[in-house]
Design a protein around this ligand. Sequence first.
Ligand code: C2E
Ligand code: CA
Ligand code: CA
Ligand code: CA
Length: 277
Amino acid sequence: AKASGLGRAHYYTAEVGIVTRERTRLLHGLQQAFDRESLFLVYQPQLALAQDRVIGAEALLRWRTDDGRFVSPAEFIPVAEQSGLIVPIGHWVLRTALQALARLRAQQDGLRMAVNVSPLQFAQPQFLAQVDQALHDAGLPPSCLELEITESVAVMGMERVSALLHQIKARGIAVAIDDFGTGFSSLSYLDRLPADRLKIDRAFVSALDSGDTTARIAEMIVPLGHRLGMQVLAEGVETPAQAQALRQLGCDEVQGYLYGKPMPLDGFADWLAQRET
Ligand code: C2E
Ligand code: CA
Ligand code: CA
Ligand code: CA
């Protein structure tokens, strides 16, 4: 029994070793990509559901490797987060997305930009000053920026999170709770996060036209968000049936392939122009 126990220990060690090498390789590649400016942003439209009107976009990070392959942010964001590289990358995302918004607002007045903020970035003492500077440099009012955070910001302590969110709100910057219902979160956080918008995760939205009981969750998030004074945005909307179900639920806003995929800035501008005519 002792021998097999040791054997198992070796096995696990080897596994961890492989995972670590893989992560190191990924991190090295990401660092280089950031240095060589081969990271870029794409923008996915967000619409008011009842009015079918474009209200803004979410900025999403992309990494194209030298051999033309795309690495999914789901793969590299966790690595960037663990290494701390997400802090300079996140700062760049914020500045780039706001510059893009300045251009898009010349085309359609009042558009806003939603930017993902990782918990580590959010916890930086200089975060708010960087946001202020980025808005100032892009010549934009605070009200056109929305910061998307997840419930995992709670790791920095709810006292600090609450204080920071109040400062953000005082400036007129909007806050969205992303991926709601997918983490190991507790509903008790929700009324302590003064947010403007609740985003229903794609996992719940895709259940809406499947007859799956998971659909009940999406159905409950809409009134929950409204009761807490938030707008509710459904993400990952892919079918007209899902849109119809969301309309009946009174969901406020939508985002998903049914309306538009994430697009480079030029593509987004063209897409917007097409809709206007
Ligand atoms: P997220 O914030 O939940 O972003 C939504 C994801 O759903 C995006 O994946 C988007 O491309 C995808 N999506 C949108 N509509 C549809 C649809 O109709 N169908 C399907 N199947 N997918 C749809 P993406 O771009 O791969 O991003 C994955 C995650 O990476 C994001 O999830 C976000 O958590 C993270 N991420 C992306 N960009 C950034 C960033 O700049 N900073 C940080 N911290 N995280 C980012
Ligand atoms: Ca997001
Ligand atoms: Ca999300
Ligand atoms: Ca997600």
